[in-house]
Design a protein around this ligand. Sequence first.
Ligand code: HEM
Length: 182
Amino acid sequence: MGSGTRLVSFVGGQAGAWRVEAATTIAGAALPAVTAIDAIEAGEPPAGTWTLRGVVSHARYTHAREQSELRARQAGLGRPEATRAALIPIRKSAAWWDLAHDERRAIFEERSHHIAGTLKYLPAIARRLHHGRDLGEPFDFLTWFEFTPADMPLFDELVAMLRATEEWRYVEREIDLRLYRS
Ligand code: HEM
């Protein structure tokens, strides 16, 4: 793993820092049910029912102006009051990966407004994207979000909005795991 990338393993099992409140299969095959999830960033991950891996990597589609707006607004992970989280593993279709970069950017932002339409959810929703595709993982992306209990309806609104976009027509597998910690 080169510098600038960071491997994160999400281990689902019976023990872990985050308890599973709800698990919903939005598209494609389900994941085996687990009661807790841990995000392991250093060392060998413990054995679990399943382990999903991804790397924190560079942005693929974000333009400079968008990058600075995101950086100005976003909150970091690990806020003590953010006791709710979501892990949403996503796989996109072969049709998506067959597109050229400029076509994917046009769908992602110019037509689906993935950035312009979601900036208003910052800083309430903290986020981190992990890439799994080049690791040969079953999911191309492991998306991770943290928020307060009061912002749970806001997060529901955000995911409903994104799932109605043109971008989401290319999502062939998606599992929505809602988590909490004390
Ligand atoms: C809090 C609001 C959100 C913001 C500000 C946001 C922002 C972004 C940005 C800037 C990227 C592009 C990174 C790049 O340039 O490579 C991205 C990618 C992505 N986001 Fe979001 N996002 C948000 C919410 C969500 C949610 C709720 C989901 C899932 C339900 C999601 C799923 C994804 C996926 C799968 C990608 C990768 C797309 C690809 O590379 O094809 N995002 N997001």
